[in-house]
Ligand binder design. Structure first.
Ligand code: SF4
Ligand code: SF4
Length: 730
């Protein structure tokens, strides 16, 4: 039976003055901790208001999801199992040690004073407590040692703080490195000194039998005893060690809000508050513009409190940096550096405690109230125009930072300031005048149907089951038109009741919005919604993942709420229904490129793969696939901008990745822009004899017997051949 002697004396050997000093220091440390939090909170209050709660039910579900992800470390484990495993070890070790300290504080400083008869820090509780804390302390130390090894030895590219937008000589990031090392080192020393203090205590107390349940401390105690420490010797050493450990612990508490350690508090909150639609549905411009009428995120004060919290949550893990196609191509953009620059500016402008901070930040940043200009100032136009809005950064970020809305918000400001990327102006003018970026008359939008044997129904005049929203590239681009005609032929072959808006359709506006041209986006969307509203149909289908995104996630807010499908989803449904049949299984090795806007934005990754399986293709995956796909470089309006200054275009890097796969002859994709970009990339890289770029529909047409297979793409591709066959048949 365990009795009250099974415990240890808290503050053993400490004089009353020493105890008092400890409490004074503890109060100070906690005071500094809360002052640090107050500085942060006050900074967030300088940001624009933003409702992240919405409905309570939705908020609770999101918060539980976010906190669950933080607790299970799923976002850290994703794509980096080593970091995930050892981060979990550090996190859970620390959490349990923290809870253990809190329990001891409650027993000593609350129960011990208010109701000593209810003391619980003894007997079975003490034994279990000792064992759990001893074990989790080891877990934390192992985790910290592994993370230190990863930083020092594994040379991960994401941990290289070199910048892509500035000359090496003009940046000094040694402060970042020092901060990382201090955080890791402090925790490590804290853990190790805890065991040393415990070992010396057990040795001096002559190894009470129940201390075997603190096995690490017990073994260390034996080692100290062998060195002559024990049985009442060297009480000064014990006291000195205890003070050393206590000061380290109290110092760490005070250090949390001012350092990398803040992520322990900020990141679970950030994950709980993250929007599942971040980037997919962009925020509308605030109803009330600032006093001077500027649009977009021009100044720091235009960012919301949640965006300021985003910047503070960054752990500098670099995952977004290595996932970013712009950074990989030599463009002057790294999502990590963009976030860190904004954080540093916000800290310098607003994170000061002393009264009169406005004057101080005024001096440094021009205006304490606005926080200084960021769009076109701190974050330059070339950086902002480099983004393809591929969402890789948002997808990779383990702490739920939403880079894309911030970048687009700043682009809105560039547009407002007239700082357009030179080539963009032409595309925007065409879009405003003709409703397409090709500068073609809107009346010729359905010209691609002319080669078809069976005309395509005008959905404005007749009711249809499926409204096919064709999109710009599928309608006007010469390389893509062949594939577009094939889509029509496959749908007709499957007896699908479908129609198009003909010249009633305009660009859906997805990329216009991501360029930052909010007004033009609204015009295009309102026009399309008006046309669609006049037609009678049950569902919408599109081949264009960009159109899919804006129609699925953004049109509903403007009154256009329909069920919108990607054609790969419709194709696999037609195969399952038996309305499409494979007559000639392909029987060859292909690879499939997940378009960013399909895999990351709409999370459609399985349907195209199932279509490939249904037509008898052998799929060989590229190393980066599904949500971890790589971008073609066309998104976010980049297809309308100059990319000649890039070191190597993202599309070229991607086709090289595919060409490294053994026996793969076909590079298959399911996006009209991809077809254009990758066809050009295969030519530019000299891989023409090695890889053929195909739209999914081209292979479906071959396998279902609608088209003949041909090795080369272009006007003589299966698409064109099938279209020609259709014309002849007609
Ligand atoms: S959206 Fe893509 S291109 Fe833009 S910053 Fe993020 S990773 Fe880079
Ligand atoms: S923004 Fe996210 S992914 Fe990028 S470095 Fe910071 S924490 Fe890592």
């Amino acid at each position: 039976m365990l009795d009250r002697s099974v415990t240890r004396i808290v503050f053993e050997g400490l004089s009353p003055e020493g105890e008092l000093l400890f409490y004074v220091l503890a109060t100070l440390s906690i005071g500094v901790f809360f002052a640090g939090l107050a500085i942060k909170l006050r900074k967030y209050l300088r940001g624009r208001r933003e409702d992240r709660i919405g409905s309570w039910r939705g908020f609770l579900a999101g918060a539980l999801r976010g906190l669950g992800a933080a607790a299970a470390n799923t976002t850290v484990r994703k794509r980096d199992p080593f970091a995930g495993l050892f981060h979990a070890a550090v996190m859970w070790g620390f959490v349990v040690l923290f809870i253990g300290t809190a329990i001891l504080t409650i027993d000593t400083d609350i129960v011990g004073i208010v109701a000593p008869q209810y003391h619980f820090f003894w007997g079975a509780f003490y034994v279990v407590y000792s064992f759990v804390l001893d074990a989790l302390g080891v877990v934390m130390i192992v985790g910290l040692a592994a993370m230190a090894y990863r930083r020092a030895r594994m040379k991960k590219p994401q941990l290289d703080y070199g910048r892509v937008d500035l000359a090496e000589a003009s940046t000094d990031r040694r402060g970042f490195l020092r901060g990382d090392r201090l955080f890791l080192g402090w925790l490590l020393v804290l853990g190790v000194t805890g065991y040393i203090v415990e070992g010396v205590r057990i040795a001096q107390d002559d190894f009470p039998w129940f201390e075997v349940f603190a096995p690490v401390g017990y073994v260390l105690g034996r080692a100290f005893a062998a060195l002559g420490v024990g049985g009442g010797t060297a009480p000064e050493l014990r006291l000195a060690l205890w003070w050393g450990h206590a000061l380290l612990a109290l110092g760490f508490v005070a250090y949390i809000p001012f350092s990398k350690a803040f992520h322990m508090l900020g990141d679970p909150v950030n994950l709980a508050l993250r929007s599942p639609l971040a980037g997919r549905r962009l925020p509308v411009l605030p109803a009330v513009a600032p006093a001077d009428g500027h649009l977009g995120l021009r100044d720091l004060a235009d960012f919301s409190w949640k965006q300021l919290l985003d910047f503070d949550s960054c752990t500098k893990c670099g995952r977004c940096h290595v996932a970013c196609p712009a950074a990989a191509s030599g463009a002057p953009l790294s999502p990590r550096d963009l976030v860190l620059d904004l954080r540093q500016q916000a800290d310098a402008a607003w994170a000061v405690l002393a009264p009169g901070h406005e004057r101080r930040s005024d001096r440094a940043y021009g205006n304490g109230r606005t926080g200084g200009q960021v769009a076109g100032g701190l974050i330059g136009p070339r950086t902002l125009w480099s983004c393809t809005t591929c969402l890789a950064c948002v997808e990779a970020c383990p702490v739920g930072i939403e880079h894309v809305p911030a970048i687009v918000g700043m682009r809105r400001s560039l547009i407002d300031q007239g700082e357009l990327e030179p080539m963009l102006q032409t595309a925007l003018t065409n879009l405003a005048k003709q409703g397409n970026s090709f500068g073609q008359s809107g009346r010729t939008r359905a010209k691609w149907t002319e080669g078809l044997a069976t005309p395509v129904t005008d959905a404005r005049r007749e009711p249809v089951d499926w409204l096919w929203f064709v999109g710009d590239f599928a309608s006007f681009d010469a390389r893509v038109q062949g594939a577009t005609r094939l889509v029509a032929r496959v749908f007709q072959d499957a007896a699908l009741d479908f129609g198009i808006l003909h010249e009633g359709e305009r660009n859906a506006g997805n990329d216009v919005r991501r360029v930052g041209e909010e007004g033009l986006f609204e015009m295009l969307a309102e026009h399309n919604i008006g046309q669609l509203s006049k037609a009678t149909f049950r569902r919408v289908v599109t081949t264009d993942p960009h159109t899919l995104n804006t129609m699925r996630f953004e049109y509903p807010a403007l009154g256009g709420d329909w069920s919108v499908w990607h054609y790969s989803e419709l194709l696999i449904w037609l195969f399952r229904e038996g309305r499409l049949r494979t007559e000639r299984p392909l029987g060859r090795r292909v690879t499939y490129h997940d378009p960013c806007y399909l895999a990351r934005y709409s999370k459609v990754t399985q349907a195209p793969r199932e279509v490939l399986e249904a037509i008898g293709a052998e799929l060989v995956e590229m190393p980066r696939n599904r949500a971890n796909t790589f971008c073609c470089g066309a998104g976010g309006g980049r297809i309308w901008m100059d990319d000649s200054m890039l070191r190597e275009r993202p599309s070229e890097q991607r086709v090289r990745e595919a060409a490294a796969l053994e026996g793969v002859t076909d590079f298959v994709t399911a996006c009209p822009k991809d077809l254009t970009m990758y066809s050009a990339a295969v030519k530019a890289t000299g891989l023409e004899g090695r890889l053929v770029v195909r739209d999914l529909i081209e292979l479906v047409a071959v396998a279902t017997g609608l088209a003949i297979d041909e090795p080369e793409p272009g006007p003589e591709s299966p698409a064109a051949a099938a279209a020609a066959a259709g014309a002849t048949a007609g």
